[in-house]
Design a protein around this ligand. Structure first.
Ligand code: PHE
Length: 372
């Protein structure tokens, strides 16, 4: 017998509603395509792996987590649109993202206004969590990262450094400022200060003027896309001094374009897949198994940690209510993450060691871990 159309539609709707109630929706915004695709793809893969594991272990509060991931195409303006949609249409209970600080800064006020907790896995600019008490991060911040590299430069005996900043990125501007502060506080000298903008392809004018200032090293707190071209052009111009950078250099893509032009250069970051710690090696194994043998980078590990910390907070809160979830997140203490032990301070930032890597032999080599 054929059911009346209306009845079957109603039944279908009821079934969907029941299913929806069995899920907890988590929003994610990431640069899956565009200029910083390597950031978003990695963080998304780490996040997705965590969600899959949590669900395989029974989910949270008796429900499965449903990750709704959106691509912001590495474009300004997109994070705001996406996060509005995730909150008002999809009704997510929390938001994970972004890697790049400027993107996180765009979305944070929207999460704050809607009382939806947001966790950035990797944005290091201090302003991100200053937006409000619903905005968290699980990584260290740039005043620390900048100081780490300033001290490292000094330990190498480099007294005169030039700086080349991406003025379009809050991350780059902030990190340059904190590096300069740390470097000059202990007697270092900044002999040249040059600028560029995200998307630029020709850095020869800036590099030529930097070369004339005869620095011992050049600090380039940018993202891998531009940094790889800067490395190549510096070599072409006969610049022999090392380049120094921060976590924005991370990812396989850097050396694909830079080739060996960055040999002898150094940068700070969050994680090394060579770390012998059992938790790290376990994670590397699981990640490789899921993603065709690919080795996880910093953003993958941070993406993973951010999703697990969120799931733990939902469990602790016993509810997905925004305010209670915010309080549970704020109470995160000594969480055993892949990227180290994570305790959130009163400003919703994590205090964690940084890793310094050197470039050579077609890859990255572990140099040292620097404790806060
Ligand atoms: N810290 C960078 C930012 O705030 C992003 C980043 C983190 C890039 C980790 C690579 C690895 O914009």
């Amino acid at each position: 017998m054929k059911r009346p159309l209306l009845l079957s539609t109603a039944l279908a709707l009821l079934a969907t509603a029941a299913l929806a109630q069995d899920e907890i929706k988590i929003g994610e915004f990431a640069s899956l395509t565009g200029g910083s695709a390597s950031f978003g793809q990695s963080s998304h893969k780490g996040t997705a792996l965590a969600i899959e594991e949590i669900n395989a272990a029974g989910g949270v509060l008796g429900k499965k987590l449903k990750l709704i991931a959106e691509d912001d195409q590495s474009q300004a303006g997109q994070p705001a649109t996406i996060v509005r949609k995730l909150i008002s249409q999809d009704k997510v209970v929390a938001v994970l993202g972004e890697v790049a600080s400027s993107k996180s800064l765009e979305a944070a006020p929207i999460c704050q206004q809607n009382k939806i907790p947001m966790i950035s896995p990797a944005s290091t600019n201090p302003k991100v969590t200053e937006v409000g008490d619903y905005v968290f991060r699980i990584c260290f911040i740039d005043p620390f990262q900048g100081t780490v590299m300033a001290k490292f430069a000094q330990s190498k005996g480099w007294k005169k450094v030039a700086v080349l900043t991406d003025v379009k990125q809050d991350y780059s501007v902030g990190l340059a400022e904190f590096f300069v502060k740390g470097f000059t506080a202990t007697g270092g000298e900044i002999v040249k200060d040059q600028k560029y903008s995200t998307g630029d392809k020709d850095f020869k004018a800036q590099l030529t003027s930097i070369k004339a200032a005869k620095p011992d090293a050049i600090f380039v707190p940018g993202y891998y896309g531009e940094v790889s071209l800067i490395g190549k052009q510096a070599k072409l111009l006969g610049i022999k001094v090392p380049l120094l950078g921060g976590d924005g250099w991370v990812g396989d893509s850097l050396l694909k374009v830079a080739g060996n032009s960055l040999d002898g250069s150094f940068f700070s970051c969050h994680f090394s897949a060579d770390d012998k710690a059992e938790a790290v090696q376990n994670f590397v194994k699981k990640y490789k198994a899921k993603y065709n043998g690919e080795t996880p980078d910093d953003m993958a590990a941070l993406g993973y940690d951010s999703a697990v910390i969120l799931a733990e907070a939902i469990k602790k809160a016993g509810t997905t209510d925004g305010e209670k979830l915010r309080d549970a997140l704020a109470a995160t203490k000594a969480h055993p993450g892949i990227t180290g032990s994570i305790t959130l301070d009163e400003k919703r930032n994590a205090t964690k060691p940084a890793v310094i890597l050197g470039i050579g032999g077609g890859g990255f080599q572990f140099v040292q871990t620097v404790a806060p």
